[in-house]
Design a protein around this ligand. Sequence first.
Ligand SMILES: Nc1ncnc2c1ncn2[C@@H]1O[C@H](COP(=O)(O)OP(=O)(O)OP(=O)(O)O)[C@@H](O)[C@H]1O
Length: 263
Amino acid sequence: MTCGDTDEFTRPPLPSPDAETVVSVDDVSMVFNIASEQFNSLKEYFIALMRHELKFKEFRALDHISFEVKRGEAFGLVGTNGSGKSTMLKIIAGVLDASSGSCRVAGTIAPLIELGAGFDMELTAKENIYLNGALLGYRKEFIDEHFQDIVEFAELQNFMEMPLKNYSSGMVARIAFAIATITEPDILIVDETLSVGDFLFQKKCERRIKELVSADNVTVLLVSHSIDLVERICDRVCWIEKGKQRMLGPTDEVCEAYKNLGK
Ligand SMILES: Nc1ncnc2c1ncn2[C@@H]1O[C@H](COP(=O)(O)OP(=O)(O)OP(=O)(O)O)[C@@H](O)[C@H]1O
């Protein structure tokens, strides 16, 4: 896998206007049931459970969210902590089912959502590359063929026999990103995975994302608290605040408004 000399401060070109819609989020809401009382011990919890005395209250993490993303588009989600961005990505990735509304996705997804998900920390990095690759739907022969590329992109040649539990979070992120982008998925979902990598790796990932988007057939959904990164990569942005859709539009307009929050 190679990285081109893409200018880091130039956004990839916009997808053509007649590009196909690959993600369609229509009036999606997500309601979680959360315990409304606290228990001092597991024993108390189980007694309440057995007596059917557990009380829950509803928490609306997403409230009527709608947007569409086209093939070849880089789309960002911004919002303050706990606003529902990861929940939205998990619904798109099929990890969670929305409480109401619909979410349609066309094509293969490589989700980089929860660091370490899809990995077994007791296994070596090498074993995890095969495990994670299988979870992404790659055949063993395919991973055999691309194994060196993955290791070289992650720059972890000397650590392949080490159990993943001894890896730093940045090293896990390197492996996860390298596997997810070894081929061109239809949709690449990146949720803060990059933030734990060092700045050199972040730049490398950014170049790779731009290469994928520039090829005009990979769609990237990016969640990041780095507004600079969102501004450098994304064509359009959806700002979700406390579960509500606050703004949807071109990156510059939405990021400008978001940066004024709290001023
Ligand atoms: N499985 C769950 N059960 C109950 N509440 C949940 C669950 N998952 C998420 N939440 C709640 O939903 C809200 C949105 O969480 P989410 O992780 O989507 O926010 P976020 O915008 O990605 O936040 P951050 O920027 O801090 O990562 C939070 O209040 C969180 O506590």
